[in-house]
Design a protein around this ligand. Structure first.
Ligand SMILES: *Cc1c(COP(=O)(O)O)cnc(C)c1O
Length: 355
């Protein structure tokens, strides 16, 4: 049976990305060695890092004065590296979900932290709009896509301080005005690559300003200066990222990814809104186009498990909602196809017809 992968992360990747990475794992560039068993300093590997970096700069139109690096440790390590490197006195955080809250918690180790707004009391069903960012904050931290709660900030905000953003689950799904950010980071396993690498984009002139000593590995300058090669980088994940970046470029870049994301979301949200059995969990204007969360309407609550089984029987994988929201979550990252979304919609219609 054909499988439709709606996993939230690690998640679906384009088939050709997986196949090309697998090929290089068997025989890297015809060398007779696996990508897994070459030195990261081998002359064949440097071009992989260089091309990946160049493609990121090209696809996201990264302006002069920014560096692109690859790190280990996941987005979660950035929760502390960001304030370690950027918090001078005071930082502002917008609390829009589990990940935003975790980022905020780490910042408190380094200085004053202002929570500018929070939707925690409403189980993070919306993005707070009425708030002010202190003008003397070193940065405002936002989570552009709330992977667990299915809300998204899909437009670069206008604030009077530089922004730092966790874009783990929506990077490369739309054009970004990089100049508004001092730092953007993203764990790769949602929209870019297999797990194991984190992409970080940094504004160079903002590094080295924090009034504290930073251990070498946690200092962004270390990795910028050594071109992500201070220590052994995650070789295979970086290669898989390169394959995804090539795929994005071949398929029309982030503008095309944006269009497709909106199309997929339109198809699925329309069915959620039409189908009497389901309702979306996030307020309409803040709905994520990456993680589409929905639950059974109250009168059909006992059909949650039967629908899950029904959908699994149709080849759907990973649509069970996160435990903090319940119901269902269909993650529709760049690799997700219109066909996959249509298959889920058909399952929803057929299930409705049966009950
Ligand atoms: C998944 C996720 C994280 C955590 O990423 P790790 O790489 O597992 O540390 C952080 N932020 C967001 C928005 C995520 O979706």
């Amino acid at each position: 049976m054909k499988k439709y992968n709606f996993n939230a992360g690690p998640s679906m990747l384009p088939r050709e990305v997986i196949e090309n990475t697998a090929k290089q794992c068997l025989d890297f560039n015809g060398s007779g060695l696996s990508l897994m068993e070459i030195s990261h300093r081998a002359k064949d590997f440097q071009p992989v890092v260089d091309e990946a970096e160049a493609l990121i700069k090209e696809l996201l139109q990264v302006p002069e004065g920014y560096s692109v690096i690859f790190l280990g440790g996941g987005a979660s390590l950035e929760f502390c590296m960001v304030p370690y490197n950027f918090l001078i006195k005071k930082a502002a955080y917008l609390n829009t979900g589990t990940w935003a809250k975790k980022a905020l918690k780490e910042a408190k180790f380094f200085g004053d932290v202002v929570e500018v707004a929070s939707s925690a009391d409403a189980n993070y069903t919306f993005i707070p709009k009425e708030w002010e960012c202190p003008a003397d904050a070193d940065y405002l931290h936002i989570t552009t896509n709330n992977t667990i709660y299915g809300t998204e900030i899909r437009k670069d905000l206008d604030v009077q301080v530089p922004m730092i953003a966790d874009m783990s689950s929506d990077i490369f799904s739309r054009p970004i005005d990089i100049a508004k950010y001092d730092c953007i980071y993203a764990g790769a396993q949602k929209n870019l690559a297999m797990a194991g690498v984190t992409l970080v984009i940094l504004k160079n002139e903002k590094l080295g300003k924090a009034p504290r000593q930073i251990p070498t590995m946690l200092d962004y300058r270390t990795h910028v200066e050594k071109g992500s090669m201070f220590n052994t980088p995650p070789v295979v994940p970086i290669y898989s990222a390169l394959e995804t970046l090539r795929w994005i470029k071949k398929n029309g870049g982030v503008e095309a990814m944006d269009k497709l994301a909106l199309q997929r979301a339109e198809i699925l949200y329309s069915e959620i809104d039409r189908n009497k059995m389901f309702r979306g969990t996030a307020v309409s204007e803040d709905r994520s186009v990456m993680n589409i969360c929905f639950v059974m309407n109250d009168e059909y609550a006992e059909l949650e498990k039967p629908f899950l089984d029904f959908a699994v029987g149709r080849g759907m994988v990973g649509i069970k909602g996160h435990r903090s929201v319940g119901g269902f979550r269909a993650s529709c990252y760049n690799a997700q196809t219109i066909e996959g979304v249509n298959a889920l919609v058909q399952a929803m219609k057929d299930f409705e017809a049966q009950h």
